[in-house]
Design a protein around this ligand. Sequence first.
Ligand code: F0G
Length: 398
Amino acid sequence: MSERLGCITCDATYDIGKVRYTCDCGGLIEVQRGGPILHRDTFEARRMSRHPNDQSGVWRFREAVLGVAPNTIVTHPEGGTRLYLRNGIYFKHEGENPTGSFKDRGMTVAVTQAVALRVRAIACASTGNTSASLAAYAAQAGIPAVVFVPAGKVASGKLAQTLAYGARCLQVRGDFDAAMRLVREACDKLGIYLVNSINPFRIEGQKTIIWEMLQDLQWEPPDWIVVPAGNLGNTSAFGKALKEAFVNGWIPKIPRLASIQAHGANPFFRGYQESFATRHRMSAETIASAIRIGDPVSWDKAVTAIRDTHGVVEEVTDDEIMAAKRTIDGLGIGCEPASAATLAGVRKLRAAGAMKDGERIVCILTGHILKDPEANYRPENVMEIDATIGAVEKSLSS
Ligand code: F0G
């Protein structure tokens, strides 16, 4: 299997072992792969295996993810997340990954590549989930980790987790976009390996969310795949995954992507409304702190993904997000606020007639319910009482 880095804007290519996030022309870099068509039966057989590389929902698809020696793979293993059918909608819960978010799928690949490159340290900017995932995989690989987070803007579960795994945490005075600019400069200057989703190996891992879901649906694609959109890594990865699944003959048709943004952090939605004529940047604000992002790095890849899948971009308000979260939590599944943007988006797209009755829909829940404890508190269900049976009876009768 021949793999190389290629620019998505011009024809430039680079050796797979080069550290490259953008091309000399400024375009984003992706992993490109030649070689024979892969048969999906290969992945079925691995589901019966006990080997960690086969049990991983990422490395089960390894020929289409990254060609490395099997004994150099840094895997928990990750993936293998469930698909829940509730009230006629599928929910694939990526919060069931080892560190509680979909980020582990990209991180296992980026950190495996970091080991191959013998880097001295790895870094990311993060709204909290990438940093927790990076910290865990760096700890496993024995590589020092540095995370750049917007000071005071990260949900407590994510920050605690990042620190527990032993990463050094730089709290940047500014928003996520400022932290992102700073980590890019720092990595270039200090020779640190950057593992945000601008790193093409992250995208290769995140493709497997789609492939695992398709495998669980016995390769009968749904009509829609709905995903929250922040830095646009997942939207980009999903477009690439669907194209590759189609080209390899794993699926007979390409489902439509629906990328959902929070109204206060909606540059991609604004771009979509004008057929992506201009790239929008903004100062972002939303209760869904994971997607509080105003200048997404994977913009150009995500535009291709929306175009290639005949996809849509929608926006939802914070109230719509929290109402959808309450529904998902009330199903006994639960998720962090950003993930609930999916169901909120489905509600809006159905009301507008863009999604039709009877269409099969898969929502990707990106993060675990405990990631953002503040968003879970329901004071109306809490009552402090005296330790008497009378107090119990009184509280339950009201
Ligand atoms: N959902 C969750 C729970 C996230 O943590 C993120 C991104 C997204 C959705 C958006 O995904 O960036 O691929 O469009 N979190 C990043 C982080 C920014 O630092 O953890 P995207």
